[in-house]
Design a protein around this ligand. Structure first.
Ligand SMILES: NC(=O)C1=CN([C@@H]2O[C@H](COP(=O)(O)OP(=O)(O)OC[C@H]3O[C@@H](n4cnc5c(N)ncnc54)[C@H](O)[C@@H]3O)[C@@H](O)[C@H]2O)C=CC1
Ligand SMILES: O=C(O)CCC(=O)C(=O)O
Length: 410
């Protein structure tokens, strides 16, 4: 266990995958002088080397922070996922090491919704194949298979932040909106909840996926589910590549059962723009292929940069844990007293009592104390009006179940 007191000028922050400059501005405005930026994702030895002495690491969807990778990052205090999905991080392993993982749950959702709306219209009009044909010198002026969106049915799977926005936008085009979610969700506008996925698939002219990457969503749309879709319907996936069986989708397109598809995410994605993209879908003119850019607008990236960096800074400098996906949430006020002690521990009986015993024995008065627990973790913040001696800090760190303990000195 390595514990770090927080001094911005000694902190190293490593940002991968071209994270927006707005994040760097936030770090610099908080006194970080050591921000290392990489344009691409890293893996293997390059990733291990980059994060070996990092205190904060920022990634997007392509960098995989496994248990083994985290084991190499001994100084790591916090991880920022500058995106929504956090499936690329071993969240349990991070929590076990006392490392909170922050994300930006809203900032790119409008961008995804707008792209999907455009794809619905493009697919229903057969624009992808007309566009591809024309680039090769052909001309496809006919109305066969071209439809208005008005009056058609959109089926949304996963009716969360993105799915709900798409539903509202699609209704403005005159579409009927159906949705299916594993949780009970408030239907917005005239949208209707479908009791089963099968019922949605049987009725939708366009099916759009907006679920997270979980065990239950692996190959959610497989050959059987594709067969349940209406003949001549379309599939859109801007969620995660693991949600659709791509080989089965290729077969459904080749047979003509599906008229088209728009796919933004893939089971295997290139690590960067200089890598080659391969997929069984590249041979289909009627498939819109995009390089995982559903959330990649300047507006979204700038907002995400600011949002996640701000959460990281609040954790670093004040101890607050807001919008972390693997940690108890704790919003802390401005520090009372000279020293704030942040104690992260396994949620086992008696830790708080032992912490308090140490202060009591040292004759230190507690100005304020905050505690939040989750099933696995406890997170305590204690403000004291004194400096903490090295021996007492050692005692706090020695309490059984302690994962990390650091101090913020005012
Ligand atoms: N292509 C891109 O660039 C982007 C992709 N995404 C992906 O989109 C996903 C959805 O984003 P949000 O709408 O913001 O997430 P969200 O968490 O607000 O909504 C997800 C919804 O899916 C539901 N759900 C989970 N498992 C399900 C299942 N098996 N069947 C049906 N519903 C299920 C949840 O209950 C929830 O309502 C993210 O998890 C992320 O993977 C997000 C942003 C950008
Ligand atoms: O911006 C990215 O790299 C990933 C966007 C995404 O998929 C997400 O926010 O979950």
């Amino acid at each position: 266990m390595i514990d770090e007191a927080f001094h911005p000028e000694t902190m190293k922050c490593v940002l991968l995958e071209g994270i927006h400059a707005s994040a760097v501005s936030v770090f610099e405005s908080h006194g970080y002088t050591h921000v290392e930026q990489h344009a691409t994702a890293l893996s293997g030895d390059a990733l291990n080397a980059a994060i070996a002495d990092a205190h904060i690491i920022g990634i997007r969807s392509r960098t995989h922070l496994t248990d083994a990778v985290l084991a190499k990052a001994e100084h790591l205090l916090a991880i920022g996922c500058f995106c929504i999905g956090t499936n690329q991080v071993d969240l349990t392993a991070a929590a076990r090491r006392g490392i909170p993982v922050f994300n930006a749950p809203f900032s790119n959702t409008r961008s995804v919704a707008e792209l999907v709306l455009a794809e619905i219209i493009m697919l229903l009009r057969g624009i992808p194949e007309k566009n591809a044909t024309q680039h090769r010198g052909g001309w496809m002026k006919h109305a066969t298979g071209a439809h208005e969106a008005r009056g058609k049915t959109l089926g949304i799977i996963g009716y969360g932040h993105i799915g709900t926005q798409i539903g509202i936008l699609a209704e403005q085009l005159g579409m009927s909106v159906l949705f299916h979610d594993i949780e009970s969700r408030l239907a917005l506008g005239n949208a209707r909840a479908m009791p089963t996925l099968d019922a949605l698939l049987a009725q939708a002219d366009v099916v759009s996926l907006h679920v997270p990457d979980t065990a239950a969503t692996q190959n959610l749309i497989d050959a059987d589910r594709l067969a349940q879709m209406k003949p001549g319907s379309h599939l859109i996936n801007a969620s995660r590549g693991t949600v659709v069986d791509i080989d089965a989708l290729a077969k459904a397109l080749a047979s003509g059962h599906l008229r088209g598809a728009a796919i933004d995410v893939f089971p295997q994605e290139p690590g960067g723009n200089s890598d080659t993209f391969t997929s069984p879908l590249t041979r289909f003119d009627n498939v819109i292929l995009t390089p995982h850019i559903g959330g990649s607008t300047l507006e979204a990236q700038e907002n995400i940069g600011t949002e996640v960096a701000t959460h990281l800074m609040r954790y670093g400098q004040n101890g607050s844990v807001l919008m972390a996906v693997n940690f108890p949430e704790l919003s802390l006020p401005v520090q009372h007293g000279a020293t704030r002690i942040l104690h992260i521990h396994r949620n086992v009986p008696g830790v708080l009592a032992k912490i308090n015993d140490i202060f009591s024995a040292a004759g230190i008065n507690i100005e304020a104390q905050y505690l939040q627990t989750g099933p696995e973790l406890g997170y305590a913040a204690i403000d004291i009006d004194a400096a903490l001696s090295a021996e007492d800090l050692k005692r706090l760190r020695g309490i059984e179940g302690t994962l990390r303990c650091r101090t913020l000195v005012r």
